[in-house]
Design a protein around this ligand. Structure first.
Ligand SMILES: C/C=C/C(=O)SCCNC(=O)CCNC(=O)[C@H](O)C(C)(C)COP(=O)(O)OP(=O)(O)OC[C@H]1O[C@@H](n2cnc3c(N)ncnc32)[C@H](O)[C@@H]1OP(=O)(O)O
Length: 786
C-alpha cells in the first residue's frame, strides 16, 4: 500500500503542490553502507569510535559449559558493554517463545545487578536476529485471554530494562520481524547490516494479529504515523536502505563490522560521543500528521484503503488503526500498551488469525523437500520457449542465481522474452526493490539462444535442468525432449510446464524419449514472477532425484511447491473446472454478472469469477473447462452450459486481452457490460433474470470447489489437507482468512457442509453430491486439521 504516495496525491490536489515539491520529495541522505566507509567521516555522530575488540572481552559468566539455553554466555567488555546474543539451540531462527522470554528475564536480573554494567548490545549468533514471537506458542494457548498477562510480563520486562538506564543497542543481521523488531524498538540505537538477508518488518497483520510488544506505539513514535501504518497494515518488510531512510535504523554496516560497531556505539552512547537520534519529520509529514485537516484526510485515506483491501473480512488492520489512534490520544502513561495487548489477545482468538497462522504453517511445511534423496546440484537451467511463461520462468530463475539459457525459434522471439524480463527488473529498480548491481548481474545471467545458433549445443552440454514452456502440443513437446536429450548430459532433468497434457504421455518411452526417469511436470501459474504456487507432477517413472531437483529449484525460485498426481488438470485447474461449470449454470439461470462477482468477492475471493475468466482469458477458461468436462470428473462437471464461453470465443471475445470479454474494457480500470453482451446473455438465458440470494450463490460455487478439493484428497491427487489448502489459496486466491478449503470445512463443520450439498443435490442435481471422503468425515465428526 502506497499510503504516503496516496496521501501526498490527495493533498497535492488541494493546492499544496508547491509545498510538496519543496519539501515532501526532498531526497533523504543515505548512510554509508559499511562501517569502513562510515569511519572515514569520524567527526559525524554516525561514525562511532573504534570498538574495544571482541577479543578484549572478559567473560561475564565464566562457566565452562553454557549457562543459558537460549543465549550464548553473556560477555561484559572491559568498558562495561554486555553483549547478549540470541541463540535458539537447534533452530534455524531465533523466536521469542515463552521459554525464551522467561530466560531473558532471569538473565536480565543477573546482569542488571552488576555495577560494572554500562550498556547493552543485543545481537544474534545466527543469520537471523529474531523472527518474532513464537507463533506456535501463541497458537497453543487455548484461551487467548491468557495471553494478556503473558504479554504484560513481556512489557514489564522491556520497561525494567529501560529503567536500568543503560543505553541499549540492537545489532541486527538477518530478519528482525514482529516481536524481534519490537525488541529492537525498545532499544536506544539500532544498527543493521547491509546484507540482502537483513529485513525489518512487523508482519503480524499477515497472521491476523497486531504487534503486541509495544510495536504499534513505538514504531509510530519513531517513524511517524504514515510510515508506521504502511509497515503495519501491509506487513511488508523493509531492507537496510529504506530502514535507514525512514529512521527505523540509525546506522547500516557490513556484516563483519556489526558486533564491533555495535560495541563502539554502546560505548559512545555512554561517554556522550554518540547521541541518541531524535525522530524527525519533514514539513509535509508534519502537515499531514500534526494538523487537524491533515489528520482528517490521513485517517480517511487509511480507512478507505483498508476497506478496499480487506473487504471488511480481516479484523487485524482495523485493530491496528484503533491502537495507533488510541496511543495518539493517550500518549503518556502505560494505558496505550494495555490497550494494545488487549486488542492482541482479541485478535489471537479470531478464526481469521487461526486460518492465517495455518497458512504460515503450511507454507513452512511445504518448504521441506518430500523426496527421499538429495536433489542434484543445479547450476545451469535452460528454458525452452521465450513467451510470457518461459520468460517469467527465466526471470525468477536468474534472480535466484542460476545461469539461464533462454531458447526460442528466432532472435525476435528471444528478444521479446529478454524485453519482458528487463522491463520487470527495471520496474523493480525504479521501486528500489533491486539494486543496479543486482540488475546487472541478473541480466548478465541470461543467455538468449535462437534455434540454429552455433553455440546451442555447447551451452546445453552443461545444462542441469531444462524447463520446457512451449505450446500445449504433445508432439511438439516430445520433439523438444528428443532435441534436448541429444544435447544434454545424462543427469539433466527435463521439466515440462503443461497445464493439460498428462506427464505420462509426454514421458512415454519411445524414439523421442530415452530418459523418462528424468522427466517431471512443473506447472507454473501466470504471471510467473508474481504467482506464488508451483505444482510439481511426477509420472510413475520419475526418479526420486528428478522430483527432488524440481522441488529444490522451484522452492529456490521463491515458489511454494505442492506435489500432485498426474491427472487431468492436476489439482488447481481440476478444482477450477466445477466452478466454471457452476458459473455457467448460474448465468443461465439469469444471475446478473455483477451480482456473481460481488457475491464471491464478499466470500473472500480476490476477484469475482466473471472478472477472473476475463483476466485469464475466456478462451483459456473455455479450453480448461471443456477439457475437464471430457476427462474423468464425470457428474462433477455436470449441471452447466459451457457453450456460454465457447460462443464467446467464436465471437472473438477472449477477455481483457482483446478488450472484450464479459466486460468491455476501455481503459486500465474502465470496464462495463456493453450492449452486445447484454443481448448475448438475453439470448443465452432466454430472458431469465434471477434474484438469487448472495448466500446461495456463494454456497453453490464454494461447495463445488470444496467438494472437488476433498475428492482430490480422497483420490490422493494431493498428499494432505495442508497441500490442498495452500494450493487453492495460492493458486486461485481462495479466501486466505478462511485458510483454504480444508480449514474452511473444519470451521463450518463437515456435517453441516454435507447437509447443504445434499440439499442442493436434491433440487439441482447429482453434480452437488458430496464425495465419499466428506460423507465419512461428516459421519465420524473428524476434522482435517487435528
Ligand atoms: C507480539 C508479537 C507477535 C509476533 O511476533 S508474531 C510473529 C511475527 N513474525 C513472523 O511472522 C515471521 C515469520 N517467519 C518468517 O517469515 C520466516 O520464517 C523467516 C523470514 C524468519 C525465515 O525464513 P526461512 O529462512 O525461509 O526459514 P523458514 O523455513 O520459514 O523457517 C525456519 C523455521 O523457523 C520457524 N519459524 C520461523 N518464524 C517463526 C516464528 N515467528 N515462530 C515460530 N517458528 C518460526 C519455521 O516454522 C521453521 O520451522 P521448522 O524448521 O521446524 O519447519
Amino acid at each position: 500500500m502506497m499510503l504516503n504516495r496516496a496521501l501526498r496525491k490527495t493533498l497535492a490536489s488541494q493546492q499544496t503542490r508547491s509545498i510538496l515539491r519543496q519539501t515532501g520529495l526532498r531526497p533523504v541522505r543515505l548512510i554509508a553502507p559499511s562501517f569502513s566507509t562510515a569511519a572515514q567521516t569520524s567527526s559525524s555522530s554516525l561514525a562511532p569510535p573504534r570498538a574495544s575488540s571482541a577479543s578484549e572481552s572478559t567473560p561475564f559468566v565464566s562457566t565452562p559449559s553454557r549457562k543459558y539455553e537460549y543465549f550464548t554466555n553473556v560477555e561484559l567488555t572491559p568498558s562495561g558493554v554486555a553483549v547478549i546474543k540470541f541463540d535458539n539451540p537447534n533452530k534455524k531462527v531465533n523466536t521469542l517463545s515463552f521459554s525464551v522470554m522467561r530466560e531473558a528475564r532471569t538473565l536480565w536480573d543477573e546482569l542488571a545487578s552488576d555495577p560494572a554494567l554500562k550498556s547493552v548490545v543485543f545481537t544474534s549468533t545466527k543469520d537471523c536476529f529474531i523472527a518474532g514471537a513464537d507463533i506456535f506458542d501463541i497458537s497453543s494457548v487455548k484461551n487467548k485471554e491468557e495471553l494478556v498477562p503473558v504479554i504484560e510480563e513481556a512489557l514489564m520486562f522491556f520497561l525494567k530494562m529501560k529503567e536500568r538506564g543503560v543505553p541499549m543497542v540492537a545489532a541486527i543481521h538477518g530478519p528482525a520481524l514482529g516481536g524481534g523488531l519490537e525488541w529492537a524498538l525498545w532499544c536506544d540505537y539500532r544498527i543493521c547490516t547491509d546484507s540482502p538477508s537483513t529485513k525489518l518488518g512487523l508482519p503480524e497483520v499477515k497472521l491476523g494479529l497486531l504487534p503486541g510488544f509495544g510495536g504499534t506505539q513505538n514504531l509510530t513514535s519513531l517513524v511517524g504515523v504514515q510510515k508506521a501504518m504502511d509497515m503495519m497494515l501491509t506487513g511488508k518488510d523493509v531492507r537496510h536502505d529504506k530502514a535507514k531512510k525512514i529512521g527505523l535504523v540509525d546506522l547500516v554496516v557490513a556484516p563483519q563490522s556489526l558486533e564491533s560497531v555495535a560495541i563502539a556505539t554502546a560505548e559512545g552512547l555512554v561517554n556522550g560521543t554518540i547521541k541518541k537520534k531524535q525522530p524527525k519529520k519533514s514539513f509535509m509529514d508534519k502537515m499531514i500528521e500534526d494538523t487537524p485537516p491533515g489528520q482528517y484526510l490521513m485517517w480517511k485515506k487509511i480507512q478507505e484503503m483498508v476497506d478496499k483491501n480487506t473487504g471488511g473480512n480481516y479484523p487485524a488492520p482495523y485493530a491496528i488503526i484503533d491502537c495507533v489512534k488510541y496511543g495518539l490520544s493517550h500518549s503518556s502513561g502505560l494505558d496505550k500498551y494495555k490497550h494494545e495487548r488487549e486488542q492482541f489477545a482479541k485478535l489471537a482468538a479470531t478464526k481469521e488469525s487461526e486460518a492465517l497462522i495455518g497458512i504460515f504453517d503450511a507454507m513452512t511445511q511445504q518448504k521441506k523437500n518430500p523426496s527421499k534423496v538429495d536433489p542434484l546440484p543445479v547450476r545451469k537451467v535452460a528454458v525452452m520457449g521465450a513467451g510470457l511463461m518461459g520468460a517469467g520462468i527465466a526471470q525468477v530463475t536468474a534472480e535466484k542465481g542460476y545461469e539461464v539459457l533462454l531458447k526460442d525459434r528466432d532472435d525476435a522471439a528471444c528478444g521479446r522474452g529478454i524485453t519482458y524480463m528487463t522491463e520487470n527488473w527495471e520496474k523493480k529498480l525504479k521501486r528500489k526493490r533491486m539494486t543496479k548491481h543486482q540488475f546487472d548481474i541478473n541480466t548478465s545471467r541470461v543467455i538468449p539462444l535462437a534455434d540454429g545458433t552455433s553455440s546451442v549445443k555447447r551451452h546445453f552440454a552443461s545444462a542441469d535442468l531444462v524447463i520446457e514452456a512451449v505450446f500445449e502440443n504433445l508432439e511438439l513437446k516430445r520433439q523438444i525432449i528428443q532435441q534436448v536429450e541429444e544435447m544434454t548430459p545424462d543427469h539433466c532433468v527435463f521439466a515440462t510446464n503443461t497445464s493439460a497434457i498428462p506427464i505420462a504421455s509426454i514421458a512415454a518411452p519411445g524414439p523421442e524419449v530415452k530418459r523418462p526417469q528424468n522427466i517431471v511436470g512443473m506447472h507454473y501459474f501466470s504471471p510467473v514472477p508474481s504467482m506464488p504456487l508451483l505444482e510439481i507432477i511426477p509420472h510413475e517413472g520419475t526418479s526420486d532425484e528428478a522430483l527432488a531437483t524440481a522441488f529444490a529449484v522451484g522452492t529456490k525460485q521463491g515458489k511454494t511447491c505442492i506435489v500432485v498426481k498426474d491427472v487431468p488438470g492436476f489439482y488447481v485447474n481440476r478444482c477450477l473446472g466445477p466452478i466454471l461449470v457452476e458459473v455457467s449454470a448460474l448465468v443461465k439461470e439469469g444471475v446478473p454478472l455483477e451480482t456473481l462477482d460481488k457475491a464471491m468477492k464478499k466470500f473472500g475471493m480476490p476477484v469475482g469469477p466473471i472478472t477472473l475468466i476475463d483476466e485469464v482469458g475466456v478462451d483459456v477458461a473455455s479450453k480448461v473447462s471443456t477439457f475437464l468436462a471430457s476427462a474423468d470428473l464425470g457428474k462433477r462437471m455436470g449441471g452447466g452450459d459451457l457453450s456460454l464461453m465457447t460462443n464467446m470465443v467464436e465471437k472473438g471475445w477472449t477477455g481483457r486481452k482483446s478488450k472484450q470479454g464479459f466486460f468491455t474494457y476501455s481503459g486500465k480500470k474502465d470496464k462495463k457490460i456493453g450492449p452486445q453482451v447484454t443481448a448475448y446473455l438475453k439470448e443465452f438465458t432466454g430472458g431469465k433474470v434471477s434474484n438469487m440470494s448472495e448466500v446461495d450463490i456463494q454456497d453453490r460455487i464454494a461447495t463445488r470447489l470444496v467438494n472437488e478439493a476433498a475428492k482430490c484428497l480422497e483420490d490422493e491427487i494431493i498428499e494432505n489437507p495442508v497441500a490442498g489448502d495452500i494450493g487453492l489459496v495460492f493458486g486461485i486466491g481462495f479466501a486466505p482468512f478462511k485458510g483454504g478449503p480444508f480449514r474452511y470445512l473444519d470451521a463450518v463443520g463437515v456435517g453441516q457442509y454435507v447437509d447443504r450439498m445434499n440439499g442442493f443435490a436434491d433440487t439441482l442435481g447429482e453434480q452437488f453430491e458430496p464425495c465419499q471422503l466428506l460423507k465419512d468425515y461428516a459421519a465420524s465428526g473428524k476434522k482435517f486439521h487435528g
